[in-house]
Design a protein. Structure first.
Lengths: 246, 269
């Protein structure tokens, strides 16, 4: 059998310095309107609800839903406010060019913006034609036929992930696209990691420690109990995970 | 050319050293020249369990560092002339081990022995990774208990990626599962993970099941590998395990609750 081996990252006693691909799931704060007072109230409520989660939490400011032609004058204030609530804004995403400049001045990273969010304006006739004319990009699927053991990580970059055996507790599987698990998922499964809200997770036996699609996640305790141990399809509706039995 | 077997687990205290001693003795009893090596530098136990703690002059680290010849360090077992023990150092620490050093010693041993059993320390650090690095076979020792199962799963992952065979893209290490301290009565009462649960989670071939037995403590106290106590269930189970390793097909014993006869039920026990 000549399947390519899964990308398994195992820590080793290595060289003194090394750049490696790091994959982080960060909360993204969506800002759709220029209303500082409302944001203040919102942040206060969120932090009061989950103080430990937000304390020193790195977050990304997502401006993809903010009108591209409108300036956001309170942007520096907003950043300061977020810091004041204990969070650590590390970057922005989906910002128009002027806002990108502001972000750089505030020493925030400009995160890559690889896919359109779901709530984009309906395509015009021109765009529709352009979409049809473009060649469909092929996505390479990663197939893993051995169990993914505790402590191992598998990342299907640029495509889907097919798991023919199980994912053990303490293991982590990620895909830019969908995850198809023919065995039990007992570890963590993250689909659509580059913010592809259309990604889904299909599994034969749900028992995961954590499920995430495009960064929205639920831990084992919060998974609906009627689906535990059963075949289930998980997708994203808006900002929440949807579970459907097969 | 010798076959190198590592006895490993991840979790501590599950029965690696007990198993290494019993397994090595079992192989020697069946006529194979066997050496068992303690990789737990600084916390050596194999010599105690084998009953040779009063005869250790030179150890594994001495040989690696060229302070002694292998012949000076190897201790011949008093019960079986085909069995030898290479003790760990108690005064040094794991930094004294190196891949090259271990490799050289194993190469030398491979010329004289049929089987080299490596008793791994607990954990996934240097001692454990060196113990498994050169292995051809691995016996993953697991208690039917959640932490042990998870740690074994982690160890199986490491075996498939950090061994010499994995790095050089050779045929992978042949991993087999050994479930130890199994109590079918507790499984029946729902207190303990069943064999099926463990096999389902770990997805490995089952080499054997060793029942929980007081004879194990007696054996290590007296420095006699428990496989020599053929009246005990554990000793017999280890015998079965050695035979299975050598190719025999034996059904797994001691996995169903014992049926007590009338006298047994009247008088308990």
């Amino acid at each position: 059998m000549t399947n390519p081996p899964p990308q398994v990252h195992i820590d080793e006693p290595a060289a003194a310095f090394d750049f490696k691909a790091g994959h982080f799931t960060l909360p993204a704060l969506m800002i759709r309107q220029d209303d500082i007072d409302a944001l203040d109230a919102y942040l206060a409520a969120q932090v009061a609800r989950l103080p430990r989660f937000f304390d020193q939490a790195p977050i990304v400011i997502d401006l993809g839903g903010y009108p591209a032609d409108q300036p956001l004058e309170g942007f520096p204030t907003i950043v300061g406010m977020i810091r004041g609530y204990g969070m650590i804004p590390v970057g922005v995403r989906g910002a128009a060019e002027p806002l990108k400049q502001q972000a750089r001045l505030l020493e925030l990273a400009v995160m890559p913006d690889l896919r359109q969010r779901r709530k984009t304006p309906p395509p015009t006739a021109e765009r529709a034609e352009a979409v049809q004319a473009a060649k469909p990009t092929t996505r390479k699927t990663l197939i893993v036929d051995k169990p993914v053991r505790s402590g191992q990580r598998v990342y299907a970059q640029g495509g889907d992930l097919v798991l023919l055996a199980g994912v053990s507790s303490g293991a982590e599987v990620m895909a830019d696209g969908h995850i198809h698990a023919y065995g039990p998922i007992r570890g963590r499964a993250l689909a659509g990691v580059l913010n592809d809200a259309d990604a889904r997770i299909f599994c034969n036996e749900l028992g995961a420690e954590l499920i995430a699609i495009a960064g929205r996640y639920q831990v084992n305790e919060d998974l609906p109990s009627r689906f535990m141990g059963r075949p289930v399809q998980i997708s994203l509706q808006g900002d929440s995970l949807q579970f459907t039995a097969f | 050319m010798a076959r190198i077997i590592v006895v490993t687990s991840g979790k501590g205290g599950v029965g690696k050293t007990t198993t290494s001693a019993a397994f090595a003795m079992g192989l020697a009893e069946r006529g194979h020249r066997t050496v068992v090596i303690d990789f737990d530098v600084g916390l050596r136990n194999l010599d105690l369990v084998m009953g040779c703690e009063r005869r250790v002059v030179f150890d594994f680290v001495n040989v690696i560092q060229g302070e002694a010849r292998l012949g000076q360090a190897l201790i011949k077992d008093k019960r079986n002339p085909k069995l030898f023990i290479l003790a760990a150092s108690q005064t040094r620490d794991k930094d004294a081990l190196s891949v090259e050093g271990v490799g050289k010693v194993l190469e030398e041993l491979a010329q004289d022995f049929d089987y080299i059993v490596c008793d791994s320390p607990a954990g996934i650090e240097k001692g454990a990774t060196l113990a498994m690095y050169f292995a051809d076979d691995a016996i993953v020792v697991t208690n039917p208990e959640v932490s042990s199962v998870r740690d074994s799963d982690r160890m199986i992952g490491i075996l498939s990626s950090k061994s010499r065979r994995a790095e050089q893209n050779l045929e992978p290490i042949n991993e087999r599962l050994l479930v130890t301290r199994y109590s079918p009565e507790r499984v029946a009462r729902g207190e303990m993970l069943s064999l099926e649960d463990v096999r389902e989670i770990l997805a490995l071939d089952l080499l054997g099941v060793i029942p929980e037995s007081g004879s194990v403590l007696n054996a290590s106290n007296s420095g006699v590998p428990v496989i020599l106590d053929q009246e005990s269930n554990a000793g017999q189970a280890y015998s079965d395990m050695v035979d299975r390793y050598l190719g025999g097909e034996l059904p797994h014993r001691f996995i169903t609750p014992e049926k007590k006869g009338l006298l047994g039920r009247l008088f308990g026990g």
